[in-house]
Design a protein around this ligand. Structure first.
Ligand code: BDR
Ligand code: CA
Length: 311
């Protein structure tokens, strides 16, 4: 199986991504889950990651807490979307599995140095703070990363936390800029893709029909999570962001995109955190990411349901 580290700020849609990875044990080996402050503060994201693993009876997964704030800005959170705990929706017991004692950043560095070069994929589902801190502390790890697949950014669709910026990039734009400048092969799943993945009633019902603990918890999380977008945008179901990262590793053919240059706006108060994607190749700036724009939505939800059934 392909070795991955999941860096995350759960979040209901982060939970969906972790479930998808754990339901795909034949293809993906989760070396560890590293948590970061984002949707909710760090103490809650570290709690939530453990709750998700326990729902899957995977107390063996190593979970590390990482950065409790962005590299150089105060933390912005998103309780207005995810609720007070970050996983609002289902009744969830407090986790009993242990959090590893080391720091997420050290785990990322040590793992990349220990595993064969080019064998570890980083899956990022939140602000890029932990990855940027690891790169700063240990620049030698960059060429050792096989690929970094991120949920973040948006270009034709605009932003979701400001008119210009997507949440994960907005929270820590300096970290994002460091990652895009690192030379690591990046695959970017922007809002342009995730806004096509609506949790329509029919899709949610197929998940509910599985009937397992993780599936029911997921359905209850989605019913909470989509409320924000459904009320806001008036669609039948909200967009599902983070599982695109894992789905890409399992079935890249579900997605379409192209190699582009991506730069992060760090200055302008109006557009800070914007991902400036040179989609039409109007500059000669170096390509630094594969930016996705198309997705087979039915294929994506079929994959998600199929893997939930394996949990
Ligand atoms: C991203 O922001 C978070 O609220 C979600 O978990 C997702 O990672 C979407 O903009
Ligand atoms: Ca997230």
């Amino acid at each position: 199986p392909r070795k991955i580290i999941i860096d995350t700020d759960p979040g209901q849609d982060d939970a969906a991504a972790i479930f998808l990875a754990l339901g795909s044990a034949d293809e993906l080996e989760v070396l560890g889950i590293t948590t970061v402050a984002g949707n909710v503060p760090l103490a809650l994201t570290a709690r939530n990651a453990r709750i998700i693993c326990e729902l899957c009876d995977r107390r063996d997964i190593k979970i590390f807490a990482g950065a409790d704030k962005p590299v150089s800005r105060p933390l912005v959170t998103a309780e207005h979307v995810h609720g007070k705990t970050g996983l609002d929706g289902p009744e969830l017991a407090e986790p009993t599995m242990a959090l590893e004692s080391g720091h997420a950043v050290d785990f990322i560095i040590e793992t990349l140095r220990r595993e064969p070069e080019g064998s570890v994929t980083l899956c990022t589902l939140g602000p890029l703070t932990n990855i940027a801190l690891a790169l700063e502390k240990a620049p030698d790890i960059a060429p050792r990363v096989r690929e970094l697949v991120m949920m973040g950014g948006g270009f034709f669709e605009g932003g979701n936390i400001t008119p210009a910026a997507e949440f994960n990039i907005y929270v820590d734009p300096e970290a994002a800029a460091a990652v895009f400048a690192s030379g690591i092969p990046i695959v970017m799943m922007p809002l342009d893709v995730t806004h096509q993945l609506l949790t329509l009633k029919s899709r949610v019902e197929r998940m509910r029909a599985i009937g397992s603990r993780p599936a029911i918890a997921m359905v209850e999380m989605l019913e909470f999570f989509e409320r924000f977008d459904v009320e806001k945008y008036g669609s039948d179901g909200g967009p599902l962001h983070d599982p695109t990262v894992i789905a890409y590793l399992l079935k890249p053919e579900l997605f379409g995109g192209r190699d582009c240059n991506v730069e992060i706006e760090l200055q302008s108060p109006l557009t800070v955190g914007m991902t400036v994607v040179d989609w039409w190749q109007v500059t000669d700036r170096k390509h630094n990411a594969k930016v996705m724009r198309q997705v087979d939505a039915d294929g994506f939800f079929a994959l998600l349901t199929e893997r939930f059934a394996r949990l």
